[in-house]
Design a protein around this ligand. Sequence first.
Ligand SMILES: [Mg+2]
Length: 347
Amino acid sequence: MQIESVKAVYPNYENVVSSWRTHLWQIVVEVRTNIGIVGYGYGGGGLASLPIVNGHFRELLVGAELNSPEDVYGIWDRLYYESLPYGRKGIAMMALSGVDLALWDALGKAEGKPVAELIGGVRKDRIEVYATGPDSEWYAELGVSGQKLTHRWNGTTDDAVESAEKAREVMGDEAKVMFDVYMSWDSEMTVRMARDLADFDIYWFEDVLTPDDIRELGELRPKVSPINLAGGEHEFGVAGFREIGEHRAYDIWQPDITWCGGITAGLRICKLAEEYAVPVVPHRGGEVWGLHLIAAGDACDDLAELVMGARGADKDDLWVGGPEIEGGKLSIGDGSGFGVGLNEGML
Ligand SMILES: [Mg+2]
């Protein structure tokens, strides 16, 4: 088949978390082919990434052949190199992620297979889930494997100790308990936290420093062991992750498949992670885009993140028909492509 049209849209969200996401949150990319197959992808960069997809990328995509994974790799490389002067990282790569995922979705639909089948075959039927948010009781009821707490540095470790104590008590001894601190600690605070949280068997600290501090992260990592340092949601492509690998900055890599360059970049990052013997646990990996990568092959750990927040909170249902937690786990289902439909009312 051939690509006939490409369109990126910013949905009408009603529930978006604050900070940069309010302005630069997820876009939907639609790729139509000459045989009537339509692929949908999810990218980042908000309104700022629309002109990249609807302008430059569209010019390069219309008329391209799309019949095999090799075609997707070839298209990805072309878009990457053509956008290199203004791209490589950030918004352009978030835009490319949306296109890449739409291409994989279209290819899966054309072949009547889940994307995971196209990229190595389904090797994990039921994937372990950890929940991000404060609602330990709800997550324990759902039977998920772990809870990730959020923390912002505020001059004390007391509130972190309190929330870890509660999570450990409610989730049980076997659960994974982690902290995402969104770049708000420094090395000294991280060491102090590791000491004050030593009783709670914390699995990882995430994003303790910024992505520009990889040298310092590499020095810090042994000082907080056995707690792992995790990160990578703000990094892009293989070149970015190679730097992380060279500095041994993280024990666990967390590329976001809708930002780092899509499934194509995700596969290459996973291959690189094998060279460095580092596990990959994609950011928001419980959403179908990351979940298919986790399900396929052995490159990713058996662990998917769902950002769940508190029970009963309002959420936008942009994608419909996706996997639901059963017995604390997620499966990709047997739909073709990514196996989800789009709530057209939000476009
Ligand atoms: Mg995070």
